[in-house]
Design a binder for this molecule. Structure first.
Ligand code: UD1
Length: 417
């Protein structure tokens, strides 16, 4: 077991570089299954979720070679083996093999990925989309079995713009006969990255980044070399780390447009921001002001930044509200922030936060990835020592978090217990 120990109060100062995007690389690794040759992916972050996806691909027969932030994936010998609970339940994003396996092999058997700490996260939209492409699907005893004698393009309307369903449908439809029109599609930057990767493999997809995506099916895809976009959530987390400690930090390797929903709230709260090319500098001299935040699909404020901004608002001047519109159970960080002295009340899907002058260190537990990040941020600003238990959740999505915080002057270490 490990824990993170933070002696709060240091103002973060300096420059850090953001890693490749977790939520872009996971579908890209899934999509590499669509061809039967060697792909090379660059700017791959070193994260626990990426390790799980690599394990999953290896289980299916892929040969994978990692050199630093580069992955070579040879999918020549991949077979559509049944994927059991052990691999499917370790990470929700394992479901991203659904579209590729069906597209390449026309059949698959996978365990239901199940819920997770932030909500029930059903698969109905993924399966409805795949069904519309002509697959027969059977859900029994916790398993999904799908079979298709060739997929056919279809007109599909998503009830909600699910990121994962959009990705699975894009991947399966890229090798279907005819054209698929996907409406009310997710518009996240990671969808655009997947489109660019698939097109690099020979797919004919357009419209990603808007809510209508057109996928003209091709006979087969080939491998390619591709570099993953920077992680907008990691970037946002370090910007908030700077803000919460009233520091002065430059975050490099950012696509500023991708973090604009977060920048807008930081600006509104009184932070000073400067954008120069692929770098964003933030500096905050005084206490930030309360703001209201509502999570929405992109380009709205990301749910994956909700816990972190709540940590910041617990120290802002005035009363803020944070409304979670994407996941029904994403306030598990609230009791932990309260342990640090935050004044937060929950009413339905809204948290009402009365900003305090200071937080005070305590022992808290990370329940999931972004909740864990929020607790680290709160600990960086809190008086005395904060201990964050269960930091393995944080390793799912942050590469060398403590090291990057140390570079910025934080007093943070990880110990084995
Ligand atoms: C992705 C991200 C995750 C982020 C989330 C929302 C990856 C690997 N993960 O997750 O970090 O928090 O987008 O931005 O990219 N839904 C259904 N039926 C479905 C699918 C989804 O009702 O079949 C609902 C979900 O319960 C949720 C909403 O749609 O309320 C959005 O979920 P979705 O966009 O699918 O999230 P993920 O792709 O799982």
């Amino acid at each position: 077991m490990e824990r993170i120990i933070i002696k709060g109060g240091n103002r973060l100062k300096g420059t850090i570089k953001v890693s490749g995007a977790k939520n872009a690389v996971l579908p890209i690794l899934g999509a590499s299954l669509l061809c039967g040759s060697e792909s090379v992916i660059y700017n791959v972050p070193r994260l626990q979720d990426v390790e799980v996806m690599v394990e999953l691909l290896a289980y299916l027969g892929a040969r994978i070679c990692r050199e630093d932030h580069q992955l070579r994936i040879d999918t020549t010998r991949v077979e559509p083996r049944e994927i059991g609970e052990d691999l499917m339940r370790r990470m929700r994003a394992s479901n991203l093999v659904l579209g590729p396996l069906l597209g390449r092999f026309g059949s698959l058997v996978i365990s239901q990925p199940g819920g997770c700490n932030i909500g029930s996260r059903p698969m109905d939209l993924h399966l409805r989309g795949i069904r519309a492409l002509g697959a027969a699907i059977d859900e029994k005893a916790g398993y999904i079995r799908a079979r298709a004698a060739g997929l056919t393009g279809a007109d599909i309307h998503l009830d909600v713009p699910s990121v994962g369903a959009t990705e699975n449908i894009m991947m399966a439809a890229s090798v279907a006969r005819g054209t698929t029109i996907l409406r009310n599609a997710a518009r996240e930057p990671e969808i655009v990255d997947l489109q660019n990767y698939l097109n690099g493999m020979g797919a004919r997809i357009s419209g990603a980044g808007t809510d209508v995506i057109r996928i003209r099916g091709v006979d087969a895809l080939h491998s390619c070399r591709y570099s993953v976009i920077p992680d907008r959530i990691e970037a946002g987390t370090y910007l908030v780390a700077a803000a919460i400690t009233r520091g002065d930090v430059t975050v490099q390797n950012v696509i500023p447009e991708h973090v604009e929903p977060v920048l807008a709230k930081l600006r509104e709260a009184g932070a000073e921001l400067e954008i120069a090319g692929e770098a964003v500098r933030i500096h905050c001299s005084g206490r930030l002001k309360a703001v209201n935040v509502k999570t929405m699909p992109y380009p709205g404020f990301p749910t994956d930044m909700q816990p972190q901004i709540m940590a910041l608002l617990s120290l802002a001047e005035g009363t803020s509200t944070v409304t979670e519109n994407i996941f029904e159970n994403r306030f598990k960080h609230v009791p932990e922030l309260q342990r640090l002295g935050a004044d937060i009340r929950i009413e339905g899907n809204t948290a009402i936060i009365k900003g305090r002058g200071a937080l005070s260190g305590a022992s808290v537990e990370a329940s999931d990835l972004r909740a864990g990040a929020a607790l680290v941020l709160a600990g960086l600003a809190a008086e005395n020592t904060t201990v964050v238990e269960q930091p393995q959740h944080i390793d799912r999505g942050y590469e060398r978090l403590e090291e990057k915080c140390q570079i910025l002057g934080a007093d943070i270490t990880r110990v084995r217990v």
